[in-house]
Design a binder for this molecule. Structure first.
Ligand code: GAR
Length: 201
């Protein structure tokens, strides 16, 4: 028999928009752990991906804004899609695009990004591979504010993950993601919003 999971969310919950590009297991954790402190109002992707399907299955509003040659036009469209729900917080959770001026003008200070390394080490799209190639013994995950750089925004929280002998990229990334899934939910629960900016204790 199918099990239906009811998620009860109060009106005072912070409104969250989630940006995804791929599998969306961080998104799954964010969706599964909505309580009275936050509510996901929209999931936006740059391509059709499992994350968008997860959101649809959960009955969440979705939008897909495919990348364009004109990045400014794309940023404006992405911002418009997110602005449709006027979120308190935007979470980039496995969103593999750099957010530019048209987006940040509206959402800087309330946009945060999950990244699978201890920044400033290993920024970019291949953080886990780069950490393994470098031979570090400890890596981890970071949540930071998004600014115009690549993974350069102010750090909000970090957690370490040990690299084990013989780790493959997939094994290490999965252990990091396990920590990331808990970390992002905890941060969203504890976040406060003041004057259009999101703050963390
Ligand atoms: C996460 O590890 C996240 O930190 C990373 O993508 C993964 C998304 O996993 N983001 C980046 O690398 C951004 N530079 P998921 O699709 O299973 O949620």
């Amino acid at each position: 028999m199918a099990v239906v999971k009811l998620i009860v969310v109060s009106d005072s919950a912070k409104s969250v928009a989630v940006l995804v590009s791929g599998t969306g297991t961080l998104l799954r954790s964010i969706l599964d752990n909505q309580k009275d402190r936050y509510r996901v109002d929209i999931v936006v992707a740059d391509q059709i991906c499992p994350g968008i399907q997860r959101a649809k299955n959960a009955g969440i509003r979705t939008a897909v804004v495919p990348m364009e040659t004109n990045r400014n036009a794309w940023n404006d469209k992405l911002a418009a899609a997110v602005a449709a729900v006027n979120p308190d917080i935007v979470v980039s959770a496995g969103f593999m695009r750099i957010l530019g001026p048209g987006f940040l003008e509206q959402f800087e200070g309330r946009t945060i990004n999950a990244h699978p390394s201890l920044l400033p080490a290993f920024p970019g799209a291949h953080a886990v591979r780069d950490a393994l190639d470098y031979g570090v013994k400890v890596t981890g995950c970071t949540v930071h504010y998004v600014d115009a750089g690549m993974d350069t925004g102010k750090i909000i929280a970090q957690r370490p993950v040990a690299v084990e002998a013989g780790d493959t990229k997939a094994e290490l990334h999965e252990r990091i993601k396990k920590v990331e899934r808990e970390q992002i939910v905890e941060l969203l629960h504890n976040a406060t919003v003041e004057n259009g900016k999101v703050l963390f204790p």
